[in-house]
Design a protein around this ligand. Structure first.
Ligand SMILES: Nc1ncnc2c1ncn2[C@@H]1O[C@H](COP(=O)(O)OP(=O)(O)OP(=O)(O)O)[C@@H](O)[C@H]1O
Ligand SMILES: [Mg+2]
Length: 408
């Protein structure tokens, strides 16, 4: 069976694959359209040139209007250049620029003239886009016919079509990103509500039976005169453990109070409590600076250390060591808690993934431990947690950073 993380990954990859298919399909189809239109535009340019030729050389006046009609119906921007590089004709260009009026003062020179700068620029664009169409043209003056070169450029429509898929896909991508961020943030706050509510409710419901159990134990001790009975003592321990669990849930259900604690002592106490409950083939050590103070919520911080220690134990196959090292930076006013194990290690590509809910490599794991831990460190202690380093087959270092409350 797939776990939540694997299912999410599978969805993610199928969606990405689907998106790639859509993008490629859309680009491929537009490319096909662009090619077809480009071909028909070249034909238009050729037919236009032919009709020009016809107009110049024809003396059949009945036929001419048709040729004009054909010529004017073709809408590819083009410029005709003769063998001496003089512009002899054009069409489809910006009519406000294909001529300009000379200043009024220059009398006798009123006729419209074309703007050479504009033509030059247009010609450059055309030359860069397509090879010219070479055609033998009768010269207007009636002297010897020569070759003309018809340069043309993509119509506005074709240019738009070339950019259209990119514009369209970017708009869709922006829209999807916006939608995704809105949905995922609202989903996250929904999840928060559910989980905070559930934690509160659990703590509340556990409260009554736990206090009854404590009372029953006292009653049994009285009734059977069994003050020192080891079985009852064990039972008492378990009920205390239940109290700790209920306390954790109640703390997580509301923003907890942080109090200054010596970090070393808190960690050492918890490691001592923990070590006797796991295989004695694993060696536990706590080292480091004993004077560092940080704001902690003890039940939740114990839970954080517990999760890291449990994972470290799970990562160690048989024998190994787990070292917790506490250090600090005076300049940064930070406390560092490094949990170092000699376990199987985490591949570099999974350093961030291990904190995602549902990611697990254990058969019976839920993949919740580290995501909870991260929440407790970041949301409730204003700290950071990350995989500081890990090497496959050698071990892993998890680091927690908290704000130091030391004044020196
Ligand atoms: N110290 C470690 N060494 C190697 N791998 C680790 C270590 N800590 C975590 N991991 C990897 O990260 C995964 C997720 O850890 P996490 O604590 O979130 O879930 P879990 O331990 O699998 O299940 P549970 O919900 O019971 O904690 C683990 O399955 C393991 O693959
Ligand atoms: Mg775990």
């Amino acid at each position: 069976m797939l776990n939540a993380y694997q299912q999410k990954q599978r969805w993610k990859y199928s969606l990405i694959a689907f998106a790639i298919v859509i993008v490629c399909g859309s680009l491929f189809y537009t490319n096909y359209l662009v090619k077809n239109i480009a071909r028909s535009e070249r034909t238009r340019a050729e037919v236009w040139a032919l009709s020009m030729k016809q107009i110049i050389s024809s003396d059949d006046n009945d036929f001419l209007p048709y040729v004009f009609a054909v010529r004017d119906s073709l809408t590819v921007p083009a410029i005709v250049v003769d063998e001496e590089n003089n512009i002899t004709a054009w069409k489809g260009l910006d009519s406000t620029k294909t001529y300009y009026k000379l200043p009024e003062e220059i009398k006798g020179n009123k006729g419209p003239k074309y703007d050479p700068g504009y033509f030059k620029a247009e010609l450059e664009i055309m030359k860069s886009q397509h090879a010219p169409i070479k055609m033998k043209m009768p010269s207007i003056g009636g002297d010897k016919p020569g070759y003309s070169y018809i340069y043309y450029k993509d119509s506005f429509l074709l240019t738009q079509l070339k950019y259209f898929p990119y514009v369209q896909l970017s708009v869709i991508a922006i829209f999807l990103l916006l939608a995704y961020s809105v949905f995922s943030s609202s989903r996250r706050s929904e999840q928060d509500q559910v989980w905070v509510g559930l934690a509160k409710e659990t703590a509340h419901q556990l409260g009554t039976p736990i206090s009854s159990l404590l009372a029953w134990i006292e009653l049994i001790k009285d009734k059977f005169n069994a003050e020192d009975d080891p079985l009852l003592a064990e039972m008492g321990n378990d009920v205390q453990r239940l109290e700790v669990v209920a306390d954790r849930f109640s703390k997580i259900g509301s923003k907890p109070q942080l109090e200054p604690y010596p970090v070393y002592d808190v960690v050492k106490d918890y490691v001592d409590y923990f070590r006797i409950r796991v295989s004695n083939k694993i060696n536990f050590e706590v080292h480091g600076d004993q004077h560092l103070i940080a704001g902690l919520n003890k039940p939740l911080f114990d839970w954080v250390i517990e999760n890291l220690l449990k994972n470290a134990v799970n990562a160690i196959e048989d024998t190994g060591s787990i070292i917790v090292e506490i250090s600090g930076s005076k300049t940064k006013k930070q406390v560092y808690i490094d949990v170092i194990d000699s376990g199987k290690g985490i591949p570099r590509s999974k350093f961030a993934t291990v904190f995602q809910p549902g990611y697990t490599t254990r058969k019976r794991g839920w993949g919740l431990g580290l995501s909870l831990t991260k929440r407790m460190v970041e949301n409730y202690h204003d700290g950071q947690i990350f995989v500081r380093d890990s090497e496959l087959g050698k071990g892993t270092i998890f680091r927690i950073i908290l704000k130091s409350l030391n004044n020196d």
